[in-house]
Design a protein around this ligand. Structure first.
Ligand SMILES: C[S@@+](CC[C@H](N)C(=O)[O-])C[C@H]1O[C@@H](n2cnc3c(N)ncnc32)[C@H](O)[C@@H]1O
Length: 342
């Protein structure tokens, strides 16, 4: 290296890195949305072929394709552009491991809510009204039409497939006979629990709007004969009988008043010795990390009534509902596990 080439100031590197982070996300979002990774799923294609197939301006598309090489999702050779393994596994709409639902939902919906983060911080409230003019219960926004509902639930499902096997393995749950996953959506947690514990039966409990997708996904699983889908409102309807309830990414959606109401309903329905398994990413005790949980907590600010919490904060809520013991385990997946016992 010549003497006059200076090592960049790490402080400016950090700031530039953060400045560019949303551009890199959008580079991936746009490629998913335009169908680039789907188009390249089976074979490499040239720029001209892709531009014709995707109905895009060739010069602009070339910039997006090359930028996706820059973010390590594509590569190119004399045969044309080709998906790298991350794109084939997680960014094609037919892959069983796809995260495209969450990406589509991030691109179409969350991106706009995050655009008003400053206002959310000033007012301490989500941005649905400001961005879309909607002021109803939050899940009517997520479920406003069939397409939005499937995008949201498949978005949850993609992350659920990564997390649920680790969450159900974080504790030995073999003593429980029936797990009832409240707000269980597509049923990934119930499926993972029934797969890991061969004598366990499962109930996916969710709003009527979510039930058809749960039937579809559970029906395709190897443990469908042990799982029931029940429609209902966990704040109002009688909860199905179970000795283990689960709430995955539920508590972080709601205000403390509603969390207390839900925990009380669960506690009252459980037999002594029954459990509650919480799947949420735990913040460190002093909330300095992990980064994923901090980002998720801001995400909850812009689109829900809730937030992420530390284990001690969950413990305080659970103990005030009457639970005797509370134990937390971090996992290497997007969600951690907390088990409370009555
Ligand atoms: C953020 S998603 C989490 C889904 C799932 N537990 C997971 O981790 O993938 C919240 C879920 O709660 C459901 N839900 C919201 N309000 C509900 C209510 N009052 N009663 C039952 N389910 C509800 C939604 O339909 C949705 O499936």
């Amino acid at each position: 290296m010549s003497d006059n080439v200076k090592t960049p100031d790490p402080d400016v590197t950090l700031v530039r890195e953060l400045l560019e982070a949303n551009r890199r996300s959008k580079t991936m979002f746009a490629a998913v949305s335009l169908g680039i990774f789907d188009a390249l799923k089976d074979q490499p294609k040239t720029l001209a072929t892709l531009a014709a197939e995707l109905n895009c301006n060739a010069d602009a598309l070339e910039r997006l394709l090359d930028a996706n090489i820059g973010v390590a999702l594509l590569e190119k050779s004399s045969a044309g552009y080709k998906n790298r393994s991350a794109a084939n596994k997680y960014l094609t709409s037919t892959s069983p491991q796809r995260l495209t639902g969450y990406i589509k939902y991030s691109n179409d919906v969350l991106w706009k809510l995050w655009g008003h983060l400053e206002d959310a911080v000033r007012e301490g409230k989500h941005r649905w009204t400001q961005v879309y003019g909607w002021d109803g219960p939050i899940f009517t926004n997520f479920f406003r039409d069939e397409v939005a509902k499937r995008d949201f639930l498949f978005g949850m499902h993609g992350y659920g497939l990564l997390s649920s096997p680790e969450v159900v393995a974080a504790f030995d749950l073999s003593r429980f006979k029936t797990i009832c996953d409240l707000g269980g959506a597509t049923g990934h947690l119930t499926i993972a629990a029934c797969e890991r514990y061969p004598s366990m039966r499962g109930i996916v409990f969710d709003l009527a709007a979510a039930a058809p997708l749960a039937r579809e996904i559970v029906g395709e699983s190897k443990v469908a004969d042990r799982i029931q889908i029940v429609e209902g409102d966990f704040f109002a309807d009688e909860l199905p009988k179970a000795d283990l309830y689960a709430v995955g990414r539920i508590l972080h959606d709601w205000s403390e008043v509603k969390i207390k109401l839900l925990l009380k309903r669960i506690y009252d329905r459980l037999p002594t010795g029954g459990g509650l398994l919480i799947a949420e990413k735990l913040l460190n005790a002093d909330k300095t990390g992990p980064g994923w949980a901090q980002m998720q907590s801001l995400n909850m600010l812009v689109c829900t009534e809730g937030k992420e919490r530390t284990l001690a904060e969950y413990e305080a809520l659970l103990k005030s509902a009457g639970f005797k013991t509370v134990d937390g385990r971090t996992t290497n997946s997007p969600l951690d596990a907390t088990l409370a016992v009555k």
